[in-house]
Structure formats: structure tokens, C-alpha cells
Design a binder for this molecule. Sequence first.
Ligand code: DQA
Length: 147
Amino acid sequence: MNILVINGPNLNLLGERKKEIYGIYSLEKINREIKKRFKGISFKFFQSNHEGIIIDLLHKYRRWADWLIINPGAHAHYSYAIRDAIEASGLKALEVHLSDIDKREPFRKKSVIKEVCKKQIKGKGFVSYIEAVKFCLSYEKNNSSTR
Ligand code: DQA
């Protein structure tokens, strides 16, 4: 299984940015942890602060990946362009957030990405990413053809 993991704006500052909300792990540490726990899966990890770059990555890797795990950062709340790119990619997608966006400022409650994702996983810190990979595995197990 191939999984494309994309992190959006400001997530390169994990580990120093609002630790009380986002935790103490850097993004590199989170990515290392994911790779370590799921050795049989091929991952490509990207982070960008630019909407257009995220869209280009979705286009570029749409045929390579079986799944997309995306933490769009604040783009989750307003980027119809990323929403459309996820849909156009045809990828099975999961939206991930470290924090519980429903329990923070009102503008964070809305996700425009949610409806093009199989699931939104939030509020568990870096474990949100681990749960996302577990979801991919169990989805594939339950939906694999018996032929
Ligand atoms: C976030 C939540 C977003 O509202 C915020 O803009 C982020 C991080 C999260 O992982 O909790 O950058 O996506």
C-alpha cells in the first residue's frame, strides 16, 4: 500500500508552535514515528506552506498513492481549491488534525475538506496520524476482494 502524507501551512513549525495545543513532536519526528510503526507501507511525506504546491502534489502523486492522509492546516477551513484537488485526484483520503478543531475558535469548526474524505480524525495529537494509517489498513482489509 502506498500512502501520500501531506501537511499544510505552519506544520513545519510543530514542536515549537503552540506546544500546549499541537504537542512537542516535530513533524520530522511524527513522520519517523509513522514509518517506524508501519514498516510494510510505502510513504511519501510532504509539507508545504503554499496552496498551489499542495495541489500540484495531489496531481503528481494521484496515481502512485492508494491513500491520501492530509493535515491541511488552516486550509481545511476555506480552501475549496484543495477540496477540489482531493476530489479530482480520486484518492481515498483522510483529513487529520492534531487538535480538536470543534473545541477551538469558531472559524476552525468548519472544514471544507471533510466531505471529500472518508473520515476526519482530530484531537489526538500525533496519534491522529497513527489512527489514520490504521484506518487505511482496516478499510483495505474489509473492502478487499475475495476473488
Ligand atoms: C490544525 C488545525 C488548524 O485549525 C490549524 O490552522 C493548524 C493545525 C491541527 O492539526 O490541529 O495549522 O490543522
